[in-house]
Design a protein around this ligand. Structure first.
Ligand SMILES: *Cc1c(COP(=O)(O)O)cnc(C)c1O
Length: 345
């Protein structure tokens, strides 16, 4: 007898974050570093590690609720927002049903669908919102995943479109706002009036705490509670909880200031690329997507100069592209100087 994995799982690529390099602009984290209160919070939390943390990170959920303008039962925390999305797929995805999403989007979505016994259904982008809605609806999904601002394009969805999805598709709608701090986002407002929406956010991007692995979802208490049940207990470590809590309690102004810097640097980088004759996609996140034929080869060449960027090949509707995280000016200057050696326009 041979041991068989769930359909499609044995064929999944094993996620690789890429090797370390001197100037890493590949993962959209906060390249200015962690918030100032971090080391103090670490020291304070050390005494707690002999015991289990609270099963569902209750203290952190209460602080997130204040930040999001909702009540604590509307918040569910997890080991990164990946874990929250994974748990929501498990909670609301009937095995064999579909997860519909517009491509290109976050690469983990089809993977998390497969590992939960769901069918990923990628729908092509359409400027006509009603046609796009019809395509999303066509697979009769149990879950619709939307990402705004979207990874890897950087584009944000209009609020009216998300509202149309909520009123016209009978599914759990996940609105991934991992980059919500870099633009004017509306997820926290929509959850107050919808009991089919889960908005996910993370401490990994603007908050500068990717190494901690803390993310959360905000939705109706019935939605958040069901996701928490599917997630299981103790997914946020006690030290991670205390450090994330301190960041949200004391360092939101630091976070906002650095999100503003990231936007400034993103615009500077885009302008430098435009000056060189390239066209970047308009972005509302902390990165720029640069459509570029042969992007994977360019990324390999940049890596040998010590510069890490994320390459994509044949993105639907875009083609090959490089995704570059906006960081402090010297990092971007290092990127551009390597780029000028590697790419001849
Ligand atoms: C980075 C990212 C996340 C995941 O973040 P966690 O580190 O798991 O919280 C989720 N969604 C998108 C679109 C991302 O880019």
């Amino acid at each position: 007898m041979t041991l068989r994995a769930r359909d499609g799982v044995a064929e999944l690529p094993l996620y690789s974050g890429g090797d370390a390099c001197a100037v890493d602009l590949s993962d959209n984290t906060n390249l200015w570093g962690a918030p100032p209160g971090t080391s103090r919070a670490f020291a304070g939390a050390a005494a707690r590690v002999a015991r289990y943390p609270s099963a569902g990170a209750a203290e952190l959920c209460a602080e997130v609720a204040r930040y999001a303008g909702v009540t604590p039962p509307m918040v569910v925390a997890g080991c990164g927002s990946d874990d929250v999305i994974d748990s929501a797929f498990r909670a609301f995805g009937t095995p064999g049903s579909c997860v519909a999403y517009v491509e290109p989007t976050f690469s983990m979505v089809p993977v998390l669908a497969r590992t939960n016994g769901l069918r990923p259904v990628a729908v092509a982008h359409d400027d006509d919102a009603e046609r796009l809605l019809a395509s999303l609806r066509a697979s009769d999904p149990s879950i619709v995943y939307l990402c705004s601002p979207n990874n890897p394009t950087g584009s944000a969805l209009p609020r009216a479109f998300v509202e149309r999805v909520l009123e016209s598709i009978d599914a759990l709608v996940i609105l991934d706002e991992a980059y919500g701090e870099f633009t004017t986002s509306f997820g926290f407002e929509l959850v107050r009036t919808s009991d089919r929406l889960l908005v996910t956010r993370t401490f990994s991007k603007a908050f500068g705490l990717a190494g901690l692995r803390v993310g959360y979802g905000v939705g109706a208490a019935s939605v958040a509670g069901t996701v928490a049940r599917a997630r299981g207990p103790y997914k946020v470590g006690g030290v991670a909880e205390q450090v994330a809590l301190a960041a949200m309690r004391d360092d939101v102004s630091w976070m906002r200031e650095h999100a503003r810097l990231a936007i400034e640097e993103r615009e500077w980088l885009a302008a430098q690329l435009v000056n060189r004759g390239f066209e970047t996609m308009p972005s509302e996140a902390n990165f720029v997507l640069l459509p570029l034929a042969g992007a994977p080869g360019v990324a390999t060449a940049l890596r040998s100069c010590g510069i890490g960027v994320r390459a994509f090949s044949a993105l639907p509707g875009i083609g090959d592209a490089l995704r570059i995280t906006a960081g402090p000016r010297p990092m971007l200057e290092a990127l551009l100087s390597a780029f000028d050696k590697v790419v001849r326009p």
